[in-house]
Design a protein around this ligand. Structure first.
Ligand SMILES: *[C@@H]1O[C@H](CO)[C@@H](O)[C@H](O)[C@H]1NC(C)=O
Ligand SMILES: *[C@@H]1O[C@H](CO)[C@@H](O)[C@H](O)[C@H]1NC(C)=O
Length: 425
């Protein structure tokens, strides 16, 4: 899949202050995993970060017995360990175990169990360890755990319900495992989670409405077996990246009437079974940079509100059943670097769309449509039966310019494209 267009790089919360060298870089979660761009811009934590803890000598410090028994319980739930990582998991000095990262937790009045002067397990990083087994419920006894990175292992089962008591857990990366069952409700109940990565597993069933009501900053559910509709709460999500690609989601994208307040930068819904029209609400995602709805069965004309996506860089609508004319409202978007509308039923485009490839140097793929006088279009008989061509989309009766202005009035300042003065199709 394509590399991220964004220069932003995700920095983990605590690794900068941990002393022991990680088994694998935590950012490895972003490398080599397809199904969409994996950019996550951190930095919307509500509380200021604690001061860096004092240095810790893993050879002399000891963590408490509860943490020891939690890790030993998990060790016995691990059935295969081809790299022999767990051979280091012996003895009371758990802070020297491979993959376990201790530090002095920030002081917390609410925590009676651990004094602020004894080290605690703050992170577990066993990415690419190829471990088999299950996630032991006893892991929830690591009450200060903030980061759990287990990508590219062969864990089965699901997330134990006990995880909901991990009140400091902010990053949960279980991608590329063999986890299954319905959406793990424990992930909804972890109170302070901001990064949830479940991609490349075999989770199934519906995506719960509560998911997008959480204060998550990154939601990666791509490459699972999720089905059903995308929850309505999508439009209120606080996440900057939402990747639901390569699932079996169906139905229409949820409709939202009016400004949504979302700060999402990347939406990747490619390769599902979505039908119906692209809702107006898409245009109100002021910060959107990447929108990939390709390889679905979306129909109808594009909403004029797409012209409000003033920050959009990559817009991929290819391999759907969209129709109508591509308007200058879309082709004039300033930041556009790559516009793909290939394999739809578009019947033409406005003049400024021509400038995309003459002069503006924007990647513009419109092959496989019904555009007269252009190469690589569908054979005419196919264009006589445009799917759902007679149906109009349920749209707020406002032209694009008005829609953008309305969003702006509601408090999201951004410049209107200069061209928003012409007539509307
Ligand atoms: C993981 O372990 C299994 C079984 O031992 C082995 O077949 C597979 O090749 C390993 N994968 C990697 C990436 O090392
Ligand atoms: C544009 O996007 C499409 C689909 O995401 C991709 O296949 C293509 O390589 C991109 N083109 C450029 C020039 O980046």
């Amino acid at each position: 899949m394509k590399k991220s267009h964004c220069q932003c790089r995700w920095l983990p919360l605590f690794f900068a202050t941990l002393l022991v060298s990680p088994l694998n870089s935590p950012s490895a979660a972003y490398v080599g995993i397809g199904g969409g761009v994996g950019v996550w811009i951190k930095g919307r934590l509500g509380t200021p970060e604690p001061p860096p803890p004092p240095p810790l000598d893993p050879s002399t410090s000891s963590a408490d017995a509860t943490a020891y028994s939690a890790l030993q319980a998990w060790k016995s739930a691990i059935t295969e360990d081809p790299s022999g990582i767990l051979t280091t998991w012996v003895g009371p000095n758990i802070c020297s175990y491979k993959g376990i990262f201790c530090s002095y937790p920030p002081p917390d009045d609410e925590s009676q169990a651990i004094s602020s002067t004894s080290p605690a397990v703050l992170a577990i990083d066993l990415n690419h360890a190829n471990l088999s087994g299950t996630l032991a419920k006893e892991l929830s006894l690591l009450t200060r755990l903030s980061i759990l990175h287990l990508n590219s292992n062969r864990f089965t089962g699901t997330i134990p319900d006990s995880f909901q008591s991990l009140q400091y857990l902010s990053e949960l990366d279980l991608s590329n495992n063999l986890l299954s069952g319905p959406f793990p409700s424990a992930a909804l109940d972890v109170p302070n989670l901001i990064y949830l990565d479940l991609r490349f597993n075999s989770f199934s069933g519906e995506i719960p409405e509560e998911l997008f009501e959480k204060s998550l900053d990154a939601v990666f559910l791509n490459n699972n077996q999720f089905k059903g509709e995308i929850p309505m709460s999508l439009w209120t999500s606080s996440a900057s990246v939402i990747n639901l690609a390569n699932n079996k989601l169906s139905g229409s994208m949820p409709v939202s009437f009016g400004y949504t307040g979302s700060n999402v930068k990347e939406i990747l819904f490619l390769n599902n079974k979505l039908t119906g029209c692209i809702p107006e609400a898409v245009g109100y995602l002021n910060d959107l940079q990447v929108l990939d709805l390709s390889f679905n069965s979306l129909t109808g004309p594009l909403p004029n509100s797409i012209s409000c996506l003033s920050g959009i860089e990559v817009l991929n609508l290819g391999h759907n059943q969209l129709s109508g004319e591509l308007s200058d409202l879309i082709c004039d978007l300033r930041r556009l670097a790559n516009l793909t509308v290939a394999y739809n039923f578009f019947s033409g485009f406005d003049q400024d769309c021509t400038k995309l490839f003459f002069g503006r140097n924007v990647g513009f793929d419109f092959s496989g449509n019904c555009i007269p006088g252009r190469d690589m279009q569908r054979p005419p008989p196919q264009c006589n039966g445009v799917p759902s061509g007679g149906l109009s989309c349920l749209r707020i009766p406002a032209p694009g310019a008005v829609a953008c202005a309305a969003a702006r009035i509601k408090g999201m300042p951004y410049p209107l494209p200069n061209s928003l003065t012409g007539s509307l199709p």
